[in-house]
Design a protein around this ligand. Structure first.
Ligand code: ATP
Ligand code: MG
Length: 388
């Protein structure tokens, strides 16, 4: 029935400067999302992306597009030649297919091609009449139709389609540059990663572990989370970095109440070095203001002082229940709640300082060989590409 898909993109068209770059990025992402069907062709007509299926199955392809950021809506399309008889015949087939022959419909026609002899109201009238003739159990209802049939007469062809499926919105991944996201195995950071991708960021993910004190199973959990996120982000690089040595040094030399803040600062320093290698311009975390002692304003300020990069915290002002809702919707929740230790929880002080001052943090850190610890941690890293 449907041999094409029409894709609309909203927000990015308003961002004047480099619209055609952005369209190209979206086009590339669509092509990647549909890569398992090599016969599929993706192109652009004006402000739409058009997918020619060439025999690829429409429903699975639509499902893939449901996970591409930057799409405002899309429609499965039956294409007809520029001839009223053929357009009406196609419309009859679409209504028959969608309404199983009975129910109320309405036709909305548009004539982008001003050479076409009939104007939009005339196209709508003629299509409606021929559907009613061919399918006597259908009727027209312009107020509460079961089906809105759109007919779009363009330069070379006419498109006939039965619905607009809402897309994810946001920006296409790659449009906003690259960032490093700090991914724990918890509920929050996978949601932060998803939101950062939705805003058009390409990501390198970093997970810090304290193997052998954290288990291989904990690491596999993080890889599973990345696998789920890759269903939106395409293949994602995951850098696995050991902070075992750093944690041992902090434990040996620094006050217990500052441990978490000090560890976070080291995490930020390592991520900042990695960002230079990956040409990334920001750090992303899953912090949410006030959630735990390390997420007070003073603690966040003390941590941010360890990097020169912009720190983006997509969840900073969100409630836990809303975060959990998103985690469930994107499919990370079930994996996040598996009980495996993270390096932070192993090492958590009994009474963390909720109001650490920058000068006391600096003083505590004087007893660490920061530069060498950061360099050694970076050397220990392992990078895995995860996802299809
Ligand atoms: P999450 O659910 O994301 O683990 P959380 O509420 O448990 O968050 P914290 O453990 O304080 O909060 O972590 C705050 C943020 O620090 C995380 O969202 C993540 O971005 C980063 N982070 C924490 N632990 C790690 C880790 N082991 N590796 C990489 N990043 C981490
Ligand atoms: Mg955590």
């Amino acid at each position: 029935m449907y041999n094409h898909i029409l894709i609309r993109y909203g927000e990015l068209t308003t961002k004047g400067a480099n619209r055609s770059d952005m369209e190209q990025i979206l086009e590339r992402n669509v092509r990647q999302a549909l890569a398992e069907w090599p016969q599929v062709r993706v192109g652009r007509i004006h402000t739409r992306i058009v997918v020619e299926l060439n025999g690829a199955p429409v429903e699975p392809a639509l499902q893939k597009l449901q996970r591409v950021f930057g799409i405002s809506s899309f429609s499965p399309v039956a294409v007809a030649p520029l001839d009223m008889k053929a357009i009406c015949e196609t419309a009859i087939q679409v209504v028959k297919h969608e309404l199983a022959g009975k129910g109320a419909f309405k036709v909305e026609a548009r004539r982008g091609n001003k050479q076409f002899p009939l104007d939009s109201p005339a196209i709508a009238r003629e299509v409606g009449a021929s559907v009613l003739r061919a399918l006597p159990d259908t009727r027209v209802d312009v107020h509460q139709p079961d089906l809105v049939l759109e007919v779009d007469v363009r330069k070379a062809q006419a498109y006939v389609y039965p619905r607009r499926v809402p897309g994810l919105g946001g920006f296409p991944i790659g449009m906003s540059g690259r960032a490093i996201a700090l991914l724990s195995g918890g509920i929050d950071s996978p949601v932060a990663v998803w939101k950062a991708m939705k805003r058009g960021l390409s990501l390198d993910l970093v997970h810090y572990h304290s193997f052998p004190f954290t288990s291989e199973r904990a690491q596999r959990k993080v890889e599973d989370l990345v696998g789920i996120l890759a269903k939106w982000g395409g293949r994602l690089p995951l850098h696995l970095i050991s902070v075992t040595e750093i944690q041992a040094e902090i434990r040996k030399h620094c006050p217990e109440s500052l441990r978490t803040v000090l560890l976070r600062r080291m995490m930020f320093r390592i991520a900042t070095k990695l960002a230079a290698e990956c040409r990334a311009g920001a750090l992303i975390t899953g912090d949410s203001l006030g959630q735990v002692a390390s997420q007070t304003l003073s603690a966040l300020n003390a941590v941010d002082a360890a990097t020169t990069l912009t720190v983006i915290r997509p969840l900073a002002t969100e409630d836990k229940l809303d975060i959990i809702d998103v985690a469930k919707r994107i499919g990370t929740y079930e994996t996040s709640v598996q009980p495996f230790d993270d390096c932070c929880s192993l090492f958590a002080p009994r009474r963390p300082k909720t109001n650490p001052k920058l000068d006391e943090v600096d003083r505590a850190e004087e007893r660490l060989d920061v530069e060498n610890l950061v360099a050694a941690a970076l050397d220990s890293r392992e990078c895995k590409m995860i996802g299809a």
